[in-house]
Ligand binder design. Structure first.
Ligand SMILES: *Cc1c(COP(=O)(O)O)cnc(C)c1O
Length: 385
């Protein structure tokens, strides 16, 4: 990282970290370096930046990585082709056959599948526990535990894990704490500052923010871990193209503004849902009765744009609600400017059916967008009937 951006506020870093005007042309926006390879001045004579081949490094991707490192308060960031590519590299760089991973109870379905179907086939075992419970986390530690992997807030029930507490459990076990910060984003939560070793993002979600690109990232201040991640990423080629990196970087510039509006709108919706006769439960860490509220209030700036709720009348009633919204688009994914609604039991979490991670059929998940809050509330109220 060339300049010290740490003295800048978050919004300034989002717009300027890693994003100086192009030295040759003055282009204010980092160009899309659509090139596979770079000219050398004599064999091994790499030009400024040391670029050689775009699988290894590309200037548009470097700009994104410097911005992400700065936003998360980490020394290093690496961008990936997807959040799952980042997860795969993180797990395989840290573990070896015979090792053990502790995975949060309601982990993202794709993370669960990677662990349960791919990593186990390579001899890496795992235990799935509710990481909101630090005693349960401690009890799951084995002599060969190398990773504690948590999301907070979790998906789709918005459970909260105590990051400093888990950092102590991981350190005591000689394991690395990986925090999937996709839901909170670096604007709302800084896991590295709270003791995490690695932050993971699906930049597809809030960081990209416009549902137009898939990507992932790993951020760490541990030089050796970063070197291992970079080696493995280059070895397997799990990289984003320059246009994807550019779109993600463009999205990241407005992250702070968007997260404020996502949080504002989510609060308005929660207000409308709590006490509604057709709603039996609202899952939002901003609610004082949420079991993780106190921890969330300590480690998060605000509570974000994800809201889940249970509908009176069970699964059919929940399916009716998701079919009736007009503004909320029925679809998977989250974190974009547009509001989305989905039924986790039948959609994002269908693969968990029959497992301990199964989501109750009456639950509906919202990714609250940045539209007019009154319009969003009205849409939900008409859908609830
Ligand atoms: C979407 C998501 C992922 C996976 O990211 P992709 O970009 O879809 O590969 C991982 N973790 C969480 C919390 C997610 O929401």
């Amino acid at each position: 990282m060339e300049e010290d951006t740490s003295r800048w506020g978050f919004e300034t870093r989002a717009i300027h970290a890693g994003q100086q005007p192009d030295p040759r042309t003055g282009s204010v926006i980092v160009p899309i370096y659509a090139t596979a390879t770079f000219a050398q001045d004599g064999v091994g004579g790499l030009r400024e930046g040391g670029y050689e081949y775009s699988r290894t490094a590309n200037p548009t991707r470097t700009a994104l990585e410097e911005a992400l490192a700065s936003l998360e308060g980490g020394r290093h960031a690496l961008a990936f082709a997807s959040g799952m590519a980042a997860s795969d590299i993180a797990l395989r760089a840290i573990t070896r056959p015979g090792d053990h991973v502790i995975l949060g109870g309601d982990a993202y379905g794709g993370t669960f599948r990677l662990m349960d179907k791919v990593m186990t086939a390579w001899g890496v075992d795992y235990t799935s526990v509710d990481l909101a419970d630090l005693d349960a986390a401690r009890a799951a530690v084995r002599p060969n535990t190398k990773v504690v992997w948590t999301e907070t807030p979790t998906n789709p029930l918005l459970g909260i894990a105590d990051i400093p507490g888990l950092a102590r459990v991981a350190a005591g076990a000689g394991a690395k704490l990986v925090v999937d910060n996709t839901f909170a984003t670096p604007y709302l939560q800084s896991p590295l500052g709270l003791g995490a070793d690695v932050v993971l993002h699906s930049t597809t979600k809030y960081i990209g923010g416009h549902s137009d690109v898939v990507g992932g990232a790993l951020i760490t201040s541990d030089d050796e871990l970063n070197e291992n991640f970079a080696f493995l990423r280059n070895a397997v080629g799990a990289v984003p193209g320059p246009f994807d990196a550019w779109l993600t970087l463009r999205g990241a510039k407005t992250l702070a503004l968007r997260m404020e509006k996502h949080s504002d709108n989510a609060e308005r919706i929660v207000e409308a849902l709590v006490g509604h006769p057709k709603v039996t439960k609202v899952y939002y860490p901003g609610l004082p009765e949420h079991p993780g509220h106190e921890t969330a209030a300590k480690q998060m700036r605000r509570f974000g744009g994800m809201v889940s709720f249970a509908v009176a009348g069970g699964e059919q009633a929940a399916l009716d609600v998701v079919a009736r919204t007009k503004l909320f688009i029925l679809g998977e994914s989250l974190g974009g400017v547009e509001s989305l609604i989905e039924h986790p039991g039948r959609m994002t979490h269908a693969s968990a059916t029959g497992s301990p991670l199964q989501i109750s059929g009456d639950v509906v998940r919202l990714s609250v967008g940045i539209e007019d809050a009154t319009d969003l509330v009205q849409d939900l109220l008409q859908a609830l009937g």
